[in-house]
Design a protein around this ligand. Sequence first.
Ligand code: WQD
Length: 334
Amino acid sequence: MRIFVTGGAGYIGSHTCVELLNNNYEIVVIDNFSNSKRDVIDKIKEITKKDFVFYEGDVTDKALLSKIFKENKIDAVIHFAGFKAVGESVSKPLMYYHNNLESTINLLEVMNEFDVKKIAFSSSATVYGKPDSLPIKEDFKLSTTNPYGTTKLMIEMILNDLYKSDNEWSIAILRYFNPIGAHESGLIGENPNDIPNNLMPYIMKVAVGELDHLNIFGNDYDTHDGTGVRDYIHVVDLAKGHIKAIEKVLKSTGCDTYNLGTGTGYSVLDIVKAFESVNNVKIPYEIVGRRPGDIDACYADPTKSLKLLGFKATKNLEDMCKDSYNFVRRSKHE
Ligand code: WQD
């Protein structure tokens, strides 16, 4: 079976490529390196000792997509490629709507032309907005507070409408909670080109001395210690969730949505303490004001993914913190 992976050099994309190759899938990858490093492609090959087809390019380039589908017999697609910085999306909404929507519509149109109607889509728990209760189930109300999240919600709606128009489609919409961690080799991990937005890249920068402290955005939330609570999931677990999703879309039709989380919420201070303890390193921090748009707490009800995909995260918080630190130390010394 051959899987087309858009954004396969990215954080979640690269870890998913490793799992696909380890599970004996052929893969064809496209990436424009807008938020990933060129050497990740070689690192995927180094980890798996397997080769694969790679195209440097942009998913908004419909002619390139057609060329790829002409040159490779594709059985299914995993679509990661897209801009994902919440803050940037607020200041540059048109760039986000243009890129994320045009690339997806191009991809779906070319898939249709080549009669490839099986796709797993990278969505996000951000589509839930501020939940009325916890844990979050897939049928909870959806509301977004930033253009990035709205592009994810719009694409979910496009996929649902596509299935309604043609029941031959097989679609898995995957709502990620908070991916952190890195492959145990330390060769790939979370290494954004831009200024990091997320918590763990900042903690990693403090751990290796690039920053002298972490800013903790508020400690007056309605949580056990006042800092924000999230459902952190090891990126390798998340990648394995994609294998389960691809197995599902390859053998059936339909359009369904799945939470990919652990079901456990940890606060910012929980993460800092776990990172310090497992890595024997100090993470100095300062409590500062809340970040606009942040919610108190968010964690998944993972029941449906276990029941319908057979997916359950297995790595714990210590694994996530250990693997993150291993990656950042290794990438600092390259
Ligand atoms: C986690 C917690 C912050 C940085 C975002 C996107 C979501 C998904 C994951 C793409 C919060 C706190 C953070 C820092 C801090 N991305 N924090 N200091 O906001 O839950 O989700 O990333 O799909 O769509 O919305 O993740 O890692 O930014 O924040 O105190 O320097 O860490 O307030 O409580 P978030 P995050």
